[in-house]
Design a binder for this molecule. Structure first.
Ligand code: RIB
Ligand code: CA
Length: 312
């Protein structure tokens, strides 16, 4: 039984790898559509990059939609310092040929959740939560219809990557994250606490290159570009492949483990804006609202990625 998903994304090299993994797994995942959001780079680039990746996967019929171009209540913060000016720096990428859908990404999310049977569609946000929160605000009736939200975002023991306290996806639109985390929809979060254990070591990058396919070559090229930032900042031996953790979980959930706990979003802190305040030790009696992952079988994760993307 394939799982029906909508990917919401801000490519970004790691988003691109996540999209390739999803499109390479048709026996596990039915990608109903991909909605782009402003994040790593502005919306015109994230929607362009999404279409480029769909074509690279050989799936130009994948419906791609442009969503929101700015956070709910704040100016957009981008991450060209990590992803480069195009968002997919590393190899030179040709402009896409496949068309962008006319419908707004938020309306695609709303219409899909209304049209399909309830609890049969999983939302997979890989960037700021602006599109998801806007859909929930515009059409609250869709919230109980969501099967699950499996997202990349947040951090607790790993603290911040865009500020000392906050992870990028949450920091860019903390009001949107607050709406989603309070929505009542079942949430699985892949925070930096787990993604920082999925590092692209030289051997792992070489395993992609050794597949000899264009998608795998691109993954190696993107990784070589993307990892320079994290290696310099953390002194690590590679870069964390954040977003593919979301898709890998949907395909092979036993690669991951974590805790079902209460997580709240800081929306006012002068120093802590965008922090995911995770009650990991259950100090409060606030109800658990998120399965917050912190362990990964990294070898199994990269074996899955290399095998699946190697099939494209
Ligand atoms: O903090 C990492 C997250 O921010 C990833 O989703 C990356 O693509 C950026 O969006
Ligand atoms: Ca992303």
């Amino acid at each position: 039984m394939t799982r029906k998903i909508i990917i919401d994304t801000d490519p970004g090299q790691d988003d691109a790898v996540a999209i390739l993994l999803a499109l390479a797994s048709p026996n596990d995942l039915d990608v109903l559509g991909i909605t782009a959001v402003a994040g790593n780079v502005p919306l015109p680039l994230t929607e362009r990059n999404t279409r480029i990746v769909c074509e690279l996967a050989g799936k130009p019929d994948t419906p791609v939609f442009a969503g929101c171009d700015a956070p709910l209540a704040r100016p957009l913060v981008t991450a060209e310092h990590v992803h480069g000016t195009t968002g997919l720096d590393g190899p030179v990428m040709q402009d896409p040929v496949m068309a962008l859908q006319d419908k707004h990404g938020v309306d695609f999310i709303i219409d899909t959740l209304r049209e399909l049977p309830e609890k049969t569609v999983t939302l997979c946000p890989l960037g700021p939560l602006t599109n998801i929160a806007t859909a929930f605000q515009k059409a609250p009736d869709i919230i109980p219809r969501v099967q699950e939200i499996v997202l990349m975002g947040g951090a607790y023991f790993q603290v911040g990557n865009i500020t000392p306290a906050a992870e990028f996806n949450i920091y860019v639109d903390p009001e949107a994250a607050d709406i989603v985390f309070k929505s009542g929809a079942p949430i699985v979060a892949m925070p930096l606490d787990v993604t920082h254990k999925a590092l692209t070591t030289a051997d792992r990058v070489e395993a992609f290159r050794a597949k000899g396919t264009e998608p795998c070559r691109m993954v190696a090229e993107w990784t070589n570009f993307f990892e320079r930032f994290d290696k310099e900042k953390y002194g690590s031996e590679g870069a964390p492949l954040h977003d593919p953790c979301v898709i890998a979980y949907l395909i092979q959930s036993d690669l991951f483990s974590g805790r079902h706990i209460n997580v709240q979003i800081e929306t006012e802190g002068r120093l802590t804006l965008g922090m995911t305040v995770a009650d990991w030790w259950r100090i409060t009696d606030h109800p658990a609202n998120v399965t917050f992952m912190n362990q990964i079988d990294a070898e199994g994760f990269f074996a899955l990625l290399t095998d699946r993307i190697g099939r494209l």
